[in-house]
Design a protein around this ligand. Structure first.
Ligand SMILES: Nc1ncnc2c1ncn2[C@@H]1O[C@H](COP(=O)(O)OP(=O)(O)OP(=O)(O)O)[C@@H](O)[C@H]1O
Ligand SMILES: [Mg+2]
Length: 158
């Protein structure tokens, strides 16, 4: 199954989904997640919960101003990108960097505002779109590309 949706009723359920994904990511020695969704959808919130269950010790903050935050204290290394403030020229150079981190074994790379990429997307990736419904209600839509990402998504579903 490549595509599926998860209906989230409240913040607690977002945490539970992140917990499940964190354990699967750990089992598969990392992966690449592209996060889509409007401002305030919950992208950074989801990353914070993932970090919690990867047992990352540092406080996870939004990388909006620095483009990349990295954390190495957890079960897998976390590279957290936020492309919101990048200009077009910056985007094309950073895609290679993202690809490099992805090739690191035992690392989870997460990209917020991945919609700024138009082409040259890595073959192995999971796209997650978070749609804001009301207050705490969200819809998480998963779309997997590549064999490993598809396996990870099968396990999230199952
Ligand atoms: N079910 C939920 N899942 C995720 N966040 C939720 C949920 N319910 C409420 N929230 C709240 O919505 C807000 C989401 O903010 P967050 O910074 O995670 O968004 P973002 O998508 O990263 O935005 P930006 O594009 O500005 O980076 C937080 O205040 C969070 O507590
Ligand atoms: Mg954010």
């Amino acid at each position: 199954m490549n595509r599926f949706k998860v209906d989230i009723k409240n913040l607690k359920q977002t945490e539970e989904l992140a917990k499940k994904l964190a354990f699967i990511i750990e089992k598969y020695n990392g992966g690449l997640l592209f996060l889509y969704g409007d401002i305030g959808a919950g992208k950074t919130t989801f990353v914070k919960f993932l970090a919690k269950y990867l047992e990352i010790q540092e406080k996870v903050t939004s990388p909006s101003f620095v483009i990349l935050n990295e954390y190495h204290s957890g079960k897998v290394s976390l590279y957290h990108f936020d492309l919101y403030r990048l200009e077009k020229e910056g985007i094309s150079s950073i895609i290679d960097e993202i690809q490099e981190y992805t090739e690191d074994d035992n690392s989870l790379t997460i990209v917020e505002w991945a919609s700024y990429f138009q082409d040259k997307l890595p073959e192995e990736r999971i796209e997650i779109t978070i749609d804001y419904a009301e207050e705490e209600t969200r819809v998480f839509s998963f779309n997997a590309f590549g064999a490993k990402s598809k396996q990870i998504c099968d396990e999230i579903k199952g």
